[in-house]
Ligand binder design. Structure first.
Ligand code: ADP
Length: 400
């Protein structure tokens, strides 16, 4: 089955055409700057080359039409006709409390998603644009939604409720939802496969460290707590997001700087985190380079970043009554040996010890713990597109 996986953001559309029988990616790429000047489609060729096609991509529908055109084109095509696309799988960021798993998209699902948009105004409307576009461009081709939040719907109320008036939960559904669920679910299943472990018997802490970052406590296969909350701002210090921050500091800043909702939202989402602390960049490689060159604020940023992750690992081990496996994924988790080392350096007391030689690995699956480490420390490159393709295949096959 050929599944087109789409991740529609506000100004970009990532795509991947996946052949589930051959278990391989047929084509992938990204449309960038949708609705802006200088929009283009970039194809990632299997040999590592990029092909950039500039075009006037005014909206998501035009962007996806462009992608479909490229998939069947003489120069860059990988299929003969669009009828070879059997289904479309969409990444949808927020499923609210309505979806605890992936779903076949029908009208009633779209209605719920439209309602859920207010919980993720930066993401869900863009995801919906991708869904509407596919409905009109490939009518009759089944579509599936795979949610970032779904995996975390197993959290108990004591983990997802906030200490705010209960009516704010009943009125507006303000609670912890958690994100990166597709990634945490994927690395959990890979960890079980790598260790030949029964999912129902192990306690895993998964650290997804990318531009956005979150930690997940997975007990016997269920997400029982996670660091992102009502929005993806809570928890770890990220590229440009604050992570945990005293709500009192937010109201204080609003008062002092005389700023309102939009400005404070931009502040905590776009100008904070590693960028705000270091003043260097939101990009971990640039921050590591600056720290190596002696930049004190870059060093402080790295220390703060690692310390926050370490604290969450300790907290989630306590939340689960122990931990058997610690997983690192995401651009930083997969690639930065020094960050993994910094995070684990204070965790000996919990039986977490990293082997410095094994830890030199980058971007591939590996067990980087010492032979004697009580907790296995794994590096696992994430693959959210694969999960979306597999979920889509399963749901579509069950329809028939
Ligand atoms: P996104 O959350 O946008 O998918 P990624 O998971 O690709 O992001 O992670 C991007 C982050 O990974 C950036 O901060 C980048 O600097 C970092 N990263 C990528 N490669 C390395 C590396 N070799 N060493 C350190 N950090 C890296």
């Amino acid at each position: 089955m050929n599944i087109l996986v789409l991740n529609s953001g506000s100004s970009s559309i990532k795509y991947e055409l996946f052949d589930t029988i051959g278990n391989r990616v047929l084509a992938k790429g990204i449309v960038e700057k949708v609705g802006m000047k200088g929009s283009f489609l970039k194809i990632d060729k299997p040999n590592g080359e990029n092909v950039k096609l500039v075009g006037e991509i005014l909206d998501h529908k035009i962007g996806i039409e462009y992608v479909l055109g490229v998939l069947v084109s003489a120069n860059h095509g990988v299929i003969q006709t669009l009828s070879e696309i059997n289904a479309v799988g969409h990444r949808v960021v927020h499923g609210g409390e309505d979806f605890s798993g992936s779903v076949y998209i029908e009208d009633k699902v779209i209605k719920v998603l439209e309602k859920t948009s207010e919980l993720a105004p930066l993401h869900n409307p863009a995801n919906l644009k991708g869904i509407y576009a596919m409905q009109s461009l490939l009518p009759g081709v089944p579509q599936v939604a795979v949610f970032d939040t779904a995996f975390h719907q197993t959290m108990p109320a004591k983990a997802y409720m906030y200490g705010i008036p209960y009516t704010l939960y009943t009125k507006y559904k303000i609670r912890r939802y958690g994100f990166h669920g597709t990634s945490h679910r994927y690395v959990f299943s890979r960890a079980c496969a790598m260790l030949n472990a029964d999912p129902k018997t192990i306690k895993v802490i998964s650290c997804h460290l990318g531009n956005g970052a979150s930690v997940d406590a997975i007990k016997y296969g269920d997400s029982v707590d996670t660091s992102m909350g009502f929005t993806p701002v809570e928890g770890l210090i990220m590229g440009t997001r604050t992570g945990d921050l005293d709500a009192g500091a937010v109201t204080f800043i609003m008062g002092k700087e005389e700023i309102t909702y939009d400005a404070v939202s931009t502040l905590v989402n776009k100008f904070s985190g590693m960028l705000g602390i270091t003043g260097v960049s939101s990009d971990m490689r640039e921050i590591e380079n600056a720290a190596n060159a002696g930049n004190e604020r870059a060093k402080l940023g790295l220390d703060m970043y690692a310390y926050r992750v370490t604290k969450y690992v300790g907290a989630y081990a306590a939340a689960m009554g122990g931990v058997d496996v610690l997983v690192f994924t995401g651009g930083i988790g997969e690639n930065s040996a020094s960050m993994r080392q910094a995070i684990c350096s204070e965790l000996d007391f919990m039986g977490i010890t990293v082997d410095n030689e094994k830890n030199k690995v980058r971007g591939k699956e590996a067990d980087v713990s010492t032979d004697g480490s009580k907790v296995r420390v794994l590096v696992i490159p994430t693959d959210e597109e694969l999960v979306i393709a597999k979920d889509t295949e399963m749901i579509i096959s069950n329809l028939k």
